[in-house]
Design a protein around this ligand. Structure first.
Ligand code: MN
Ligand code: MN
Length: 365
């Protein structure tokens, strides 16, 4: 049995709950080793206090699940079948009547919740999310190794992207170039939709790459990540094409100082809020506080955004083995958009970053 699953079963015993219904595909993979994207179909893992767990999958995936490292029952359902009555039947077979079912409150949809309520009348529901979050927070050596690999691939992706910068090339073309080259090298998925934003488009933190063409003296912002063996990376670099304005250059150096100061402060015992403050103070003192309009960072692992938020006021204490991003940015419409992001893991007395693409102000010509 996977260690993680054992921890979850022990939690059921301690909390005196009978069963857990997990349906976030990342969590199913974390606890079962079976990775899948079921789209609108149901993929679930049922975990019990005293009896063996089972995986519930679309019938078309049953063979794959059986061939995975999962060693317990796999139940499949056909599209015309009612998955909920099959699940409740399988649960009743194993443990009889339920009184408490733990669910992922941050993931289960209202529709699915109503189906569970119909199938398990009178059952009360409790939340397993905080437990899963705290488990996923501290990564094992094996998980960190996969994230190091994902970081190496992210650096590779940036290298491809930088080479694709040419006057007149569209943002989307650079995105396509990066993903095409990576796929040829065996990468299946990016962590999220690759972002290449130029000029004023980069002044929107969550901008969408489009047909804007790279012009001389633009800043070009890359935000991307690669999935390696189920684990994500996430990196942002902003580079200059030609000679952007002095103001743009000044903004770049402020963001860089904020990024480096926050990373230098990461170690066990510091709080998420303190890290955010270190970066934010630098940006605020330079006069750009209002243009840094998002949190400093976020946890990551199997998912690119995980608990916790590295944000103002969060007194969450950083622990060894945690992985998260540090990504200050300044976005001034009509002037410049700059973000510099690295993800890292916390060591006994500091941290190591996953991405090593240089952060010194880089001009591509
Ligand atoms: Mn990020
Ligand atoms: Mn990012």
């Amino acid at each position: 049995m996977l260690k993680q699953l054992e921890v979850l079963q022990n939690w059921l015993k301690e909390e005196n709950k009978e069963a857990i219904f997990i349906n976030d595909p990342d969590n199913v993979a974390y606890f079962s080793g079976y990775q899948s994207e079921p789209h609108e179909r149901i993929l679930a893992l049922l975990v019990f206090k005293d009896v063996s767990p089972f995986l519930f999958v679309p019938a078309l995936e049953k063979e794959d699940a059986l061939n995975s490292t999962w060693e317990y029952d796999v139940l499949g359902y056909l599209d015309h079948e009612n998955p909920w009555s099959l699940i409740s039947h399988a649960v009743k077979q194993r443990i009889g009547d339920l009184t408490i079912l733990a669910i992922e409150k941050d993931f289960l949809t209202v529709t699915r919740m109503e189906q569970l309520q119909t199938e398990f009348p009178g059952v009360s529901f409790s939340d397993v999310t905080p437990k899963i979050q705290s488990m996923k927070l501290v990564k094992t050596k094996d998980e960190i190794q996969k994230m190091i690999e994902a970081g190496i691939w992210a650096d590779k992706a940036l290298e491809i992207g930088f080479k694709a910068i040419k006057e007149g090339v569209q943002e989307q073309e650079i995105v396509a170039e990066i993903e095409y080259e990576l796929k040829k090298m065996g990468i299946k998925n990016m962590s999220f939709e690759t972002m290449v934003l130029t000029g004023d488009n980069a002044a929107s933190p969550h901008g969408v790459p489009g047909s804007r063409c790279i012009q001389k003296n633009d800043l070009v912002l890359f935000d991307l990540g690669v999935v390696y063996d189920g684990y994500t990376s996430d990196v942002t670099r902003t580079v200059a094409f030609g000679e952007p304005s002095e103001k743009a250059k000044e903004i770049y150096h402020i963001v860089l100082r904020a990024n480096e100061a926050a990373i230098a402060a990461v170690k066990p015992g510091v709080t998420a809020g303190e890290l955010d403050k270190i970066a934010r103070d630098i940006i605020t003192e330079a006069g750009y506080g209002e243009y840094f309009n998002h949190r400093l960072g976020h946890g990551l692992g199997r998912s690119v955004h995980e608990f916790p938020s590295i944000m103002e006021g969060n007194d969450f204490v950083v622990q060894e083995g945690m992985c998260f991003s540090i990504e200050p940015g300044i976005y001034v419409s009509g002037v410049a958009g700059v973000r510099i992001e690295d993800c890292l893991y916390v060591t006994a007395d500091g941290c190591e970053v996953f991405t090593h693409t240089p952060k010194t102000y880089t001009t591509i010509s």
